[in-house]
Ligand binder design. Structure first.
Ligand SMILES: [Zn+2]
Ligand SMILES: [Zn+2]
Length: 361
């Protein structure tokens, strides 16, 4: 069985509590919050699974506890503002033509409106990206679209189990309020959704490259990412991580999951899925590089991912909402602008929407 003994999880939580936000990013929660419904975990042997755990092809990430300590003891995070005032926007209307509209709600949460349905990515509406309400990274701006204003959803995608992407409180509300929606996630994240109230027939777990066509016509395929997984319960790397290729009528969207740069991975996604009309690419949570580079790309690498994918347009995510790592809030947009300049790309090819701002592709 992949589950670690409970004592290990408890120890990990206590260590996490001692270390603050960084440890929350690295996964620590009281076991009571994570009572997952029983489900058959699947570990199909592949280039990223040994039959017991998932791993990254080519270079697997193997950060241990002493390195978390070293990060926390040797670096000091840049100060972030406590609050950025924003005015939440109404979601854009459903497109009348083949175009899609992508609205940045915050962190990795995007609303995609398309002629074949509405999609929400890595939905996080909670105040904190944390297993507990009283500690952990706190949002610095309101969600760009109010929860109550979300249009009826057809698909919710969850890239991996980290708390800044997989927010049980939000998933519980969505399960109830959006009965038409199906949740799609990489292998073995299903029990978290089940525990959040999603009926088994509304949960689809896929391995890398597997795809599913939903009743309304959305095609969703899970794609690789260079990352890892961990929460308080369940084994480290016992739940698969990834991204998604979405076919939304005439348009395709590549939802890039949390990922370090990989010279092969994004070129292969382009080869197998085609160049996307829109890519949602993480640009934040990358300092210090000695610790983060294997798991989170920096803005220059995000530009390389944009190029490797051949995206017609990219849009930034995974920055500016929760402070997870050491860089300042302003650093990712500034570094992205510099990287686009160095690559002789226009700022219009890789946009940084503000919370609530919509792009069309
Ligand atoms: Zn992550
Ligand atoms: Zn993340």
């Amino acid at each position: 069985m992949p589950d670690e003994p409970p004592s290990v999880s408890r120890r990990r939580f206590l260590r996490g509590a001692a270390l603050g936000s960084g440890a929350v990013l690295l996964g620590a929660a009281p076991t009571s919050l994570m009572a997952a419904a029983p489900s058959a975990l699947r570990f199909p042997v592949s280039d990223h699974c040994d039959g017991r755990r998932f791993f990254n092809p080519r270079r697997h990430i193997n950060r241990d506890w002493t390195e978390v300590m070293r990060w926390k003891l040797t670096s000091s995070p840049a100060p972030w503002p406590d609050r950025i005032p924003i005015t939440p926007a109404a979601p854009p209307p459903a497109p009348s033509g083949p175009e899609i509209a992508a609205t940045w709600i915050g962190h990795s949460t995007y609303l995609l409106r398309s002629p074949v349905g509405n999609v929400l990515t890595d939905p996080v509406y909670s105040e904190r990206a944390s297993p507990v309400g009283f500690a952990g990274p706190k949002r610095v701006h309101e969600p760009g679209v109010r929860y109550a204003d979300l249009p009826p959803l057809d698909l919710v995608v969850v890239t991996h189990d980290h708390y800044d992407h997989c927010d049980v409180a939000t998933l519980e509300r969505l399960a109830h309020d959006h009965p038409r929606a199906v949740a799609v996630t990489p292998l073995n994240n299903g029990p978290i959704l089940a525990a959040a109230g999603w009926a088994p027939e509304r949960i689809v777990e896929l391995d890398w490259w597997e795809s599913r066509t939903l009743p309304g016509g959305i095609v969703v395929q899970v794609t690789p990412a260079r990352h890892w997984s961990n929460r308080a319960t369940g084994a480290r790397n016992g739940r698969l991580w990834g991204g998604f290729n979405l076919r939304l009528g005439d348009r395709s969207v590549q939802v890039v999951g949390d990922t370090g740069y990989d010279e092969v991975m994004f070129r292969e996604i382009r080869q197998r899925c085609g160049a996307p009309d829109l890519a949602l690419v993480p640009i934040g949570a990358y300092e210090p590089r000695w610790f983060m580079s294997e798991m989170h790309c920096n803005p220059a690498e995000a530009v390389q991912i944009h190029l490797d994918l051949g995206a017609r347009l990219s849009a930034a995510k995974h920055w500016g909402t929760f402070q997870l790592t050491d860089e300042s809030r302003d650093a990712p947009p500034a570094a992205l602008a510099a990287a686009l300049g160095a690559a002789k790309l226009s700022a219009d090819s890789f946009r940084i929407p503000q919370p609530g701002e919509s792009l069309r592709a």
